[in-house]
Design a protein around this ligand. Structure first.
Ligand code: ADP
Ligand code: MG
Length: 245
């Protein structure tokens, strides 16, 4: 089933065309990568899907429902998750506490019931940490973790909102190559295991070609190629303008 459909999205900033008739579809459990040189319009496209930017024209459909121009909170409530960096203020809180907070926020608990909610969401939070391989670190302050492990906790926090679609704008930025492969493999396992769609951008072409089911190539706001990795890799225009071959 089509989980996400972008239909002819357009966005210009002054004279700069950041997205021109960008269309694509994403199925449940599918990993779709958006690649392209700097300034190609990847983040702009992400932000139009996530509600951070309203397109000048075009539509965004989530499971058939038009979510175009809805604010980020509404888009999130409808099942579009996004990985965000852990807020500085939460660094002294434990790994488990951070995931519990995310569950409490998702379920809209008020302050008065937070104490009870914490107990309530403990097992759920531990299960999420287990899914990202971080259950053993549950009681450590998140600020003590290695960078790659923080990224895993951020993934658990995103999963706390039970997303149907995950948006990941350069999820492995700043990570060591070995950590990168591990995180992308984890995301792929979760996506396929639970039928979550994943839209991601990534500079690391090894990670893209290893994990994407399909790749969309943007150049100056336009889709120049789209298809499975082997097909995109073999595309002459992609090789010329993007891979520099
Ligand atoms: P990418 O993520 O592929 O590097 P972006 O979507 O960030 O590309 O940017 C696409 C183009 O739009 C670039 O030329 C960029 O300078 C421009 N752009 C992006 N966001 C804004 C903005 N808020 N205001 C003005 N120009 C922007
Ligand atoms: Mg970007």
């Amino acid at each position: 089933m089509t989980l996400l459909a972008a239909e002819r999205l357009n966005k210009a900033f002054g004279g700069v065309v950041a997205a021109k008739d960008v269309s694509f579809a994403l199925a449940e459990g599918e990993m779709l990568a958006i690649i392209g040189p700097n300034g190609a319009g990847k983040s702009t496209t992400f932000n139009m899907v996530g509600g951070q930017l309203a397109p000048d024209s075009g539509r965004v459909l989530l499971a058939g429902a038009d979510i175009t121009g809805q604010p980020p909170r509404a888009v999130c409530r409808l099942g579009v998750g996004r990985t965000f960096q852990v807020a500085q203020t939460f660094l002294s809180m434990t790994v488990l506490g951070n995931v519990q907070m995310a569950l409490i926020a998702h379920h809209g608990r008020t302050r008065e019931v937070v104490a009870r909610a914490e107990a309530l969401y403990r097992n759920q939070a531990l299960a999420l940490l287990d899914r990202v391989g971080m259950a053993a670190e549950a009681e450590r302050p998140i600020g003590e973790l290695a960078y790659g492990d923080v990224k895993r906790v951020e993934l658990a926090i995103a999963l706390a909102a039970s997303p149907r679609l995950l948006l990941m704008d350069e999820p492995t930025a700043g990570m060591a190559p070995r950590e990168r492969a591990g995180l992308m493999q984890l995301v792929a396992n979760i996506a396929r295991g639970q039928g979550i769609g994943v839209l991601f951008t990534e500079h690391d072409m090894d990670a893209v070609f290893a994990h994407a089911d399909r790749i969309l190539v943007l150049v100056r706001g336009e889709v120049i190629a789209e298809g499975p990795p082997e097909q995109v890799r073999a595309n002459a225009e992609v090789q010329r303008v993007y891979l520099g071959q």
